[in-house]
Design a protein around this ligand. Structure first.
Ligand code: ADP
Ligand code: MG
Length: 700
């Protein structure tokens, strides 16, 4: 037997293939989709009203005998049919439209009409009523208020209502749907799911749609949010378990074993000024185990900003390079490419591994010798931007492709680079932004993941503050103090989406303000319009602590290493994504100095923006913030593959309901026990989860 939540909508009585298709257009594929399909209004057709009791603007059902029919022409053509009952008469009006069926009926036919009353000088009118000829089993009268659902062309509203009500009734009959414990329902003063569905679809209380915070609606919306949260959490849990490798109890020992196989790796580990964190070690062991198998590696490393993904990748590169093969390291910006190279060269030079940088800004003459060294195998590690695959670059022996900040690259770009190898090219991708599993699976089918859930020791947590932008002046004093102590400041101005010239305008403005207010310190300005050499010089000066304040666009998101930078100011913070802000914020707090992030925002803040800023202040967990991004903006946004129009929610309206997200999280946290069971046990699984999984698999 098909479980109730999988029964297709075509099983409903009266739904044929054509209607089924139209229902699919509305997102109604299974019976359970109907539970979350909300009416937009309720009509009171419970009784027939005598005409002489009608009030202006009332929506009512009337019944009477058809009288005279006529058409008049004013500005537009108006077709009128009179209708009268024992108490009075009313004119049914049709503007620019002649209801031929109605007008063919003989006078005296009994019909029912539903519509809005206009009362003018004690005369009654009803424009474009819904009509029905009264026959034995045909009537517009309903026992309850009638829910009206958004429909689509070719789908009769009354049949749609019938089907949805049937679907809801069947689901309610099949089993009890509520799964939340009574204490929680009491605590939040909510009806059960069954009660809520009954009240919304079958026995409506007209107040429900008048009040967006009606408890019945709240219960449904919470179900939707809980479903999203549960799916998301179970995805991240699944992601945290490496699929192929048994978790090693003793990672350090496993790493030591591999190091005998890769002596240059062992040597590097000794040279590094720090010990790898346990998360880094685990990721590295995962990678080396992949290498030791005959299969090609396809691994994603997820780790919060600053968790030290770069060295994991570099150590993997060293292992490959030490066997005479080549590695391509793809990063999203030139600045990052050069900085990686600079940091890496010092150590790799001693190992006799040759590193080259290949970026779009190189001239032909600069590029040619580099290309040659790549082609004839004189260089083992190439760090570059998308220039790596766009150009006619040939590798002699490409064996590993590393993609840093993978969400910045499209699938096509990653594939193009792998195609440059002779066949088995390992892929290692790194991201600070977790991707929902459903999306990950469609983007890259056989992806293994390692999670770095540890932070290097000794980091002082960043304090985040929010300030309306008209109080910017208050920052001047703080800037001076900091710079006087030889600390540095990032000032981030604009979003990636803006054009280069708009970005330049934004940074120039701040530059001016700084020149007026803190002129005693050196200020650097960086934006997309500068030549790469100029950018390069400014970044270098900043890294060398010759520049105190760096005004920049979001290019620094994936940026540079400047441990003395302890203040980050972000303009228009209300407009950025949470994960992105978190990533940018990760540029500071990279030493044992106390660090501050100031979010400047434009007033007035929308409630949603305020909520996001509050979150960012209180939460420093990249995964949690990504979860929120998923909730607030949808998975497309998160993966960097903007899928416009992918609306995650059916019932929840974020502008109004954002506070429910918090409630849903609290409920889940208090449900931990039950949840563990619910996620894996299909009998107790919350209905929303099952519904959600179905609809996501439809949508992706
Ligand atoms: P991300 O994961 O954001 O790419 P990075 O690889 O840029 O992080 O590392 C951030 C900083 O932390 C770098 O300066 C790096 O040298 C340093 N780092 C990396 N691993 C450790 C560690 N185990 N202990 C201390 N510092 C580390
Ligand atoms: Mg990084």
């Amino acid at each position: 037997m098909i479980p109730i939540y999988q029964i297709p909508i075509s099983n409903l009585k009266g739904v044929g293939p054509k209607s089924a298709e139209r229902l699919h257009h509305l997102g109604l594929h299974r019976l359970w989709d109907c539970l979350f399909y909300l009416p937009y209004t309720y009509q009171d057709r419970r009784s027939i009203r005598p005409i002489d009791t009608l009030e202006n603007e009332e929506e009512v059902l009337i019944e009477g005998e058809l009288g005279a029919i006529r058409s008049i022409r004013k500005k537009t053509e108006i077709h009128i049919a009179d209708l009268h009952d024992a108490t009075g008469s009313i004119a049914l009006q049709f503007f620019n439209f002649k209801p031929t069926n109605l007008f063919k009926l003989p006078q005296g036919t009994r019909i029912q009409c539903f519509g809005r009353i206009k009362k003018m000088q004690s005369k009654y009118f009803m424009a474009h009523p819904k009509t029905c000829v009264v026959e034995e089993d045909k009537s517009l009268v309903t026992k309850e208020w009638a829910p009206i659902y958004p429909s689509t062309a070719g789908l009769d509203a009354r049949r749609l209502q019938q089907w949805i009500q049937d679907a809801v009734q069947q689901s309610l009959n099949a089993s009890k749907l509520e799964w939340l414990p009574t204490e929680i329902l009491h605590e939040y003063q909510l009806p059960t799911l069954d009660e809520a569905l009954l009240a919304i679809h079958l026995k409506p209380d007209p107040l429900i749609l008048k009040n967006k915070n009606h408890p019945c609606l709240t219960r449904i919306k919470l179900e939707e949010l809980l479903a999203h949260l549960i799916s998301w959490r179970s995805q991240t849990e699944a992601l945290q378990q490496p699929r192929r490798h048994a978790i090693k109890n003793n990672t350090a020992k496993a790493l030591a074993d591999f190091s005998t196989q890769y002596p240059l790796v062992a040597q590097t580990l000794k040279t590094l000024p720090f010990e790898l964190t346990s998360g880094q070690q685990r990721a590295l062991v995962d990678i080396f185990m992949d290498f030791s198998e005959s299969r090609v590696m396809n691994r994603l490393i997820q780790g919060d900003v600053g968790s030290g993904k770069t060295w994991v990748a570099v150590l993997a590169a060293i292992a490959i390079a030490s066997q005479g093969d080549q590695v391509a390291f793809m990063v999203p910006t030139e600045i990052l490419a050069r900085q990686h190279a600079q940091n890496i060269r010092q150590i790799l030079g001693q190992l006799n591994i040759q590193v080259e940088v290949l970026v779009g800004a190189l001239s032909k003459n600069e590029r040619r010798p580099i290309e040659q060294r790549i082609a004839n195998g004189q260089c083992q590690l190439v760090i570059g931007t998308h220039a790596l695959f766009q150009e006619a670059i040939e590798f002699s022996q490409l064996k590993l492709v590393i993609v840093d900040e993978q969400h910045r690259f499209g699938v096509a770009q990653r594939t193009a680079l792998v195609a440059k190898g002779p066949g088995h090219v390992h892929r290692l991708m790194m991201t600070a932004t977790p991707i929902p599993r459903t999306l990950a699976q469609t983007l890259y089918a056989d992806l293994d993941t390692s999670i770095i859930d540890t932070m290097p020791l000794g980091r002082v947590p960043i304090q985040t503050l929010a300030l309306p932008s008209d109080r910017r002046d208050e920052l001047a004093h703080r800037l001076k103090n900091l710079c006087a102590q030889n600390q540095q400041v990032y000032w981030v101005c604009s979003l990636i989406e803006q054009s280069d010239s708009m970005q330049q305008q934004a940074v120039d403005q701040i530059g001016e303000w700084l020149n007026e207010n803190v002129h005693e310190f050196r200020i650097g300005i960086i934006h997309g319009r500068l030549k790469s050499e100029e950018k390069q010089n400014i970044m270098q000066d900043f890294a060398a602590e010759e520049i105190s304040i760096l005004v920049a666009t979001s290019v620094i998101e994936v940026g540079v290493h400047a441990p003395k930078a302890t203040l980050m100011v972000i303009e228009n913070a209300e407009r950025w994504g949470l994960a992105q802000l978190h990533q940018i914020r990760g540029r500071i707090g990279r030493s044992n100095l106390a660090s501050y992030c100031v979010l400047l925002y434009e007033t007035p803040l929308s409630p949603l923006a305020e909520y996001r800023i509050r979150l960012l202040r209180s939460c420093h967990d990249g995964f949690k913030l990504a979860e929120q991004d998923l909730l607030l903006r949808g998975p497309g946004e998160l993966s960097g593959q903007r899928q416009s129009g992918f609306n995650v929610f059916k019932c929840v309206e974020l502008q109004n309901d954002y506070h429910l997200i918090h409630d849903a999280q609290c409920i889940l946290d208090s449900l931990d026990q039950l949840l563990a069971k619910a996620v894996f046990d299909t009998t107790t699984k919350p209905i929303g989860t099952r519904w959600f999984h179905n609809s996501v698999s439809q949508a992706v």
